[in-house]
Design a protein around this ligand. Structure first.
Ligand SMILES: [Zn+2]
Length: 402
């Protein structure tokens, strides 16, 4: 049986995000783990429900619920928003429930070969929906997978007029329509050196050098990049997160190097934000990295509260999912480049202050300065290039359109 990319993705997302299904799968033992999802998810996707709602800020929300994780593309023919769901069957039993006051006049289903098109006829034109207005949510007990689209009335972008309802064309058009924005954060700086190797190498210098190289390489690969700092200066963690917010970044990468009481410990590790640390080591690391702010003055708590209010729990969930997806891809990219990995899981979680924002992102510990061999490596231009190439690949492979 051919195991295609979508199916692999489904297995990973089920294992990660749906405890209900994980329990079901593990009940079948190891064979079940490999056989059951293939059988279940090679099947066509099914439409479960459709509804619209009105959100604060004059936004209309369209929710499309499906049995499996939807694979979709969007197009914007005049007066319509078309959601193309690949490998999905129409469900005549489903009628959209429409909230009054929204921008959607009616919603219809049209089977187009293998794909199901959900056509929303609009009362007013809309602009292309930004990534921040698109979420794919995993099952939560009451609901199956949901594709959530938030949009406002606006002038249709010129590029949209050429969109067709063919998914390939639409995807290309979306990709070509703008540069993705990456904010690169070189950890520490100024009065905060970060960790220091036995040979005197300072974390703040290594990560700044890697950050600059990464910026150049990403710029030449068609991304729009910003550095949180481009010289040896101290920035509070909240300020770094705020730069990601104000630049409307699609992805935030915070670069660090590690230290361990054991000089033998080496390898990279990758972290995403969570309120609870995944393990004791991750907890200690977050405490160490967060401690940087104690050098400075207050201000972060206030910022954190603003962000917390701005973020709905739905968005928090979506940001966490996207961060997790990026971090997993990044770990793969590092391993493919034969960069030594610290023993442990590919992605760990901890409450890193610098990652607390509405921008998906990860904190990369590039290696251990406390290990003499790795200290030498981290200082070398060739190894820094290797790290940069692996990060660039992980960003190019990341699915920015959710
Ligand atoms: Zn650090």
């Amino acid at each position: 049986m051919v195991l295609n990319g979508n199916v692999i993705f489904d297995i990973i997302s089920i294992m990660k995000f749906s405890r209900r299904n994980v329990l079901k799968i593990t009940g079948f033992g190891l064979m079940g783990l490999f056989v059951l999802p293939r059988m279940a998810f090679a099947a066509r996707n099914t439409l479960r429900s459709m509804r619209t709602g009105v959100q604060p800020g004059d936004k209309t929300r369209l929710v499309i619920e499906t049995a499996n994780r939807p694979s979709y593309s969007l197009s914007y023919p005049t007066g319509q928003l078309v959601v193309n769901l690949s490998n999905t069957s129409a469900n005549t039993g489903v009628t959209a429930s429409l909230a009054s006051g929204g921008l959607v006049k009616s919603v219809t289903q049209v089977q187009n070969g293998d794909a199901l098109q959900i056509i929303a006829t609009l009362k007013k034109p809309i602009s292309q929906i930004p990534k921040s207005g698109i979420m794919v949510l995993s099952p939560n007990g009451d609901n199956d997978y949901r594709l959530v689209l938030d949009f406002k009335a606006g002038a249709p972008a010129a590029a949209n007029e050429s969109y067709t309802t063919s998914s390939a064309t639409a995807t290309t058009a979306i990709t070509a329509s703008r540069k993705y924005i990456i904010v690169i954060d070189a950890g520490h700086g100024g009065k905060d050196p970060g960790c220091i190797g036995k040979g005197g190498t300072r974390e703040k210098d290594i990560v700044l050098s890697v950050a600059k190289k990464l910026k150049n390489k990403l710029d030449s690969n068609g991304f729009k990049t910003y550095l949180t700092r481009s010289d040896d200066r101290y920035l509070k963690l909240g300020q770094r997160a705020e730069i990601a917010e104000s630049r409307h970044a699609d992805l935030f990468i915070s670069l660090h190097a590690n230290a361990n009481p054991s000089r033998k410990m080496k390898g990279f590790s990758i972290y995403t934000l969570s309120e609870k640390a995944s393990d004791e080591e991750a907890k200690k690391l977050a405490e160490a990295e967060n401690a940087a702010d104690k050098i400075g003055v207050e201000g972060f708590t206030e910022f954190e509260e603003n962000i917390r209010i701005a973020l709905s729990s739905l968005q928090q969930h979506a940001v966490a999912e996207m961060s997790e997806e990026y971090a997993n891809g990044c770990a793969k990219s590092f391993k493919r480049a034969s960069i030594e990995q610290q023993p442990g899981p590919d992605v760990r979680h901890a409450p890193f202050a610098v990652l607390r924002s509405t921008v998906p992102g990860a904190l990369l510990e590039l290696g251990h300065l406390s290990n003499p061999g790795e200290e030498k490596l981290l200082k070398s231009g060739a190894h820094q290039d290797k790290l940069v190439n692996a990060i660039v690949k992980s960003i190019k492979n990341y699915n920015f359109e959710v």
